[in-house]
Write a protein that binds this ligand. Structure first.
Ligand SMILES: C[S@@+](CC[C@H](N)C(=O)[O-])C[C@H]1O[C@@H](n2cnc3c(N)ncnc32)[C@H](O)[C@@H]1O
Length: 244
């Protein structure tokens, strides 16, 4: 975990260049849109691995209140600059510094792959959610296109490339079924999961525009080519762990 923390402290100043520039913003907004459709607006959100606050800000702009949590103080400092209305706390998503049942929504955007003990994160999310509360996670999925990512990043790390996400972090990419299964095992119900995003921010320009056009088709008819998975669930009003 300290390597991930160190990495994000080091790249905090260039992070928004990746996800808040021209193509990066379209990519990030697209996956945020997916997450937003799965959660109630105007409620109290906890955003795990909030980074520079892109999703936290989006939720607040839509009328909600939000706390962002991240292991990187460098990223949190950027989040504070972006959106003063949010509250930002340093810590790991696997051990949450909040009392039971105090949030309506827990989200995690592009951070779940770094979590060593996903069961611990989900148990903590369950604990801090009110009965009836929602969880929504968007993370890089495991498919033909993403399998090569850790190998490429490992080589780039050895070559000294300084770029967001570049390094060897023992990340875990999930299939849709695995992610849904983790939510179910943690006791969430009404589980929904969906592959999303095909136009990757790293594609060069005319190609990005072209791929963006076929993105809806890929998400609907060839989802195994999409990069991310959005999975969501609800903490039952009555605690019925294990049901879905
Ligand atoms: C790719 S960034 C995503 C940031 C933000 N959610 C977004 O969508 O732009 C991954 C973030 O997860 C954070 N992170 C990684 N492991 C974490 C952990 N165990 N607990 C909390 N945050 C973590 C990193 O510090 C980093 O800010």
């Amino acid at each position: 975990m300290s390597k991930v923390k160190h990495h994000y402290d080091q790249v905090a100043d260039i992070y928004d260049g990746r996800y808040d520039g021209e193509r990066g913003r379209q990519y990030h907004t697209h996956i945020c849109d997916h997450l937003m459709t799965r959660i109630p607006k105007g409620a109290q959100l906890l955003d795990l691995g909030c980074g520079t606050g892109l999703f936290t800000h989006r939720y607040i702009q839509a009328g909600g209140r939000a706390v962002g949590l991240d292991i990187s103080r460098g990223m949190l400092s950027k989040a504070r600059d972006r959106c003063r209305q949010g509250e930002y706390i340093a810590g790991t998503a696997e051990v949450l510094p909040f009392r039971d049942s105090c949030f309506d929504v827990v989200s995690s955007m592009l951070a779940f792959s770094y979590i060593r003990n996903p069961g611990a994160l989900l148990a903590e999310a369950w604990r801090v959610l009110r009965p009836g509360g929602h969880i929504a996670i968007c993370t890089l999925g495991r498919n033909l296109l993403t399998t090569a990512v850790p190998v490429v990043y490992h080589v780039w790390e050895r070559l000294g490339v300084r770029q967001v996400g570049v390094g060897t972090f023992d990340e875990h990419y999930y299939t849709e079924r695995e992610l849904a299964g983790l939510l179910r095992d943690a006791g969430f119900c009404s589980i929904h999961s969906k592959y999303c995003s095909f136009a990757h921010h790293s594609l060069p320009d005319p190609l990005f525009a072209l791929v963006k056009k076929v993105e809806p088709f890929v998400e609907k008819s060839a989802p195994y080519l999409a990069y991310n998975i959005c999975a969501s669930g609800i903490k039952p009003e009555e605690e019925t762990a294990g049901e879905s």
